[in-house]
Design a binder for this molecule. Structure first.
Ligand code: FAD
Length: 492
């Protein structure tokens, strides 16, 4: 649906003070209704300014909203925000930005934590306006990049379809998930969302529209998946579909030590008994830590899961076992009540210097135990700790960097900075850096959705053998390095 706020319409009278009408090539600022006539008369305006179907905005609210992400650690004010009404708008903006050396960042829902979606004095493309489900067939979902899984999954379920794996937090967008990887309860079996996406449509940093899949432009497909938005802007994607279930049975298994937790977690990865397996760590009321395994079996209402068979040979504490049946969609959206609570307490708005790592299984026991031992409660600020075993073989996405071992653990300290200041968050980021360096020495990796200080040399180590081809590709797809500079991966 077009938003109908093109320059043509504005001239017809839909005038608002903040909609951009041109670009002043002398002052390098955007001309709005208030300044357009004068700047035009001076001959200062670019003659190639595009006619957008959507809106290019400069009002304080739009700029302020795009100046921070969920992390609330970085603050960079853009000069304009594009709400594209079509992929053509993105093409037009990227061509114009190349011509005039304007920095552009791409934002899904802005759940990044370290300023990845910010564009200092540049333009932020807010993809939330590109959110159409293009089609759902028996086998394939075609969806725009700005759609949130929260809106996509209920529609899929109406068609009795689901995805082999979907992220746990459904407010994330399609484009945001593909740009980083996308883990969920089913990742132990089906990998990341980048492992189940079948084809992607992008606009390159230079404004060229391209399609890619494993069979066509495979090199680009490999670069876009978990490519941290460095090579192009995802405009839509196709995913393979599976029949949906109507119910989920959720088991919470408690352990008092890492060794027994990880033994059962890795056993469940291999046994394939459950559809969802993931876990976490939380402080025990009696001191020390509790290790929690969350195992889920999907089923239809005419079948009942066999609890005894599912739990056979597992070494959890039977007194603490909880079992819960729920509709499938309630399971997929199980974080919603927790998030509602966090929003109500205000903790949701605190700075979030998260430390998400992937640790080889052979090194995980000592690493996790040592990290937990050194963790002060005030350095976690009441945030959760995630701990889930994954299988390397199920995660072929090349740029989703992971330990070179069959099994590894996703271990994430989801800190809330207390007191909630940027200074405190930056202090905690330094602690993250120390933990990351210890993990790296053990063959661990950063899952780049957190706030760990990284420089170009760190990214080159992170991407390892892919770094040289990535640099070449960047030169090709975004030679002026104007696209998504927030992570400082390819600083010139
Ligand atoms: C509360 C919470 C829960 C989370 N749960 C999970 C989870 O269950 N599983 C998981 O894997 N991760 C999870 N994450 C991390 C999350 O997946 C990433 O931060 C994700 O990228 C955020 O999605 P978004 O749509 O908000 O993207 P944004 O934060 O807006 O963008 C993320 C990155 O992707 C780029 N990008 C976004 N859209 C596009 C596009 N269309 N084309 C090119 N680049 C683009 C941005 O430039 C940026 O670099 C969680 C984060 C939060 C805050």
């Amino acid at each position: 649906m077009k938003q109908g706020l093109s320059r043509r319409n504005l001239v017809k009278g839909v005038l608002t003070a903040s909609v951009v009408l041109g670009f002043n090539t002398i002052t390098r600022t955007w001309a709005t209704n208030a300044t357009y006539a004068e700047e035009h008369a001076e001959g200062a305006l670019a003659t190639d300014f595009p006619d957008f179907d959507g809106q290019l905005l400069t009002d304080p609210d739009s700029l302020n909203q795009a100046a921070e992400d969920f992390g609330h650690i970085e603050h960079k004010v853009p000069q304009a925000v594009l709400l594209p009404a079509s992929k053509q708008d993105i093409i037009k903006l990227m061509r114009f930005a190349n011509q005039h050396m304007i920095v552009v960042s791409v934002k899904g829902q802005g759940f990044s934590t370290a300023g990845e979606t910010l564009a200092d004095a540049g333009v932020v493309i807010d993809t939330s306006s590109l959110n159409t489900i293009q089609s759902i067939t028996n086998t394939t979902l075609h969806v725009d990049a700005g759609a949130r899984w929260l809106d996509v999954m209920p529609t899929l379920l109406e068609h009795q379809k689901t995805l082999p794996i979907v992220v746990d937090f459904l407010e994330i967008t399609v484009g945001g998930s593909i740009s980083v990887g996308g883990f969920g309860a089913q990742s132990f079996k089906h990998g990341a969302m980048t492992d189940i996406v079948e084809s992607i449509e992008i606009v390159t940093g230079q404004g060229q529209l391209l399609q890619c899949s494993a069979k066509s432009n495979g090199w680009l497909f490999n670069a876009i998946r978990a490519g941290l938005g460095q090579f192009g802007i995802i405009v839509s994607a196709c995913f393979k579909l599976e029949p949906a279930f109507s119910m989920a049975r959720y088991f919470q298994l408690i352990y008092t030590d890492f060794a027994s937790f990880s033994k059962d977690n890795l056993f469940l990865i291999e046994s394939n008994r459950f559809d969802g397996v993931q876990g976490g760590v939380q402080p025990s009321e009696t001191g020390g830590w509790l290790f929690i395994l969350q195992a889920t079996k999907y089923y239809n209402s005419d079948e009942t899961p066999d609890n005894a068979a599912l739990l056979k040979d597992l070494n959890y504490n039977p007194d603490a076992l909880t079992v819960q049946d729920m509709p499938f969609l309630t399971f997929l959206n199980r974080l919603a009540p927790i998030i509602e609570y966090l929003r109500s307490t205000g903790l949701w708005d605190y700075p979030h210097p998260w430390c998400p790592l992937l640790i080889p299984a052979s090194k995980a026991e000592s690493f996790v135990n040592q990290t937990l031992q050194s963790l002060k409660p005030e350095d976690l600020g009441g945030g959760p700790i995630l701990l889930s075993g994954f299988n390397h073989c199920n995660m072929p996405t090349p740029l989703l960097r992971k330990p070179d071992e069959k099994h590894f653990f996703y271990f994430s300290l989801m800190r809330n900075a207390t007191p909630p200041t940027k200074e405190r968050a930056k202090e905690l980021m330094l602690l993250n850096r120390d933990i990351y360096e210890s993990a790296q020495q053990l063959g661990g990796y950063y899952y780049p959705v957190g706030a760990i200080p990284m420089e170009q040399k760190d990214w080159s180590q992170h991407f390892g053998r892919y770094w040289r081809p990535m640099k070449m590709l960047k030169q090709w797809m975004d030679p002026k390095h104007i696209l998504n500079p927030g992570r400082a991966i390819f600083n010139k």
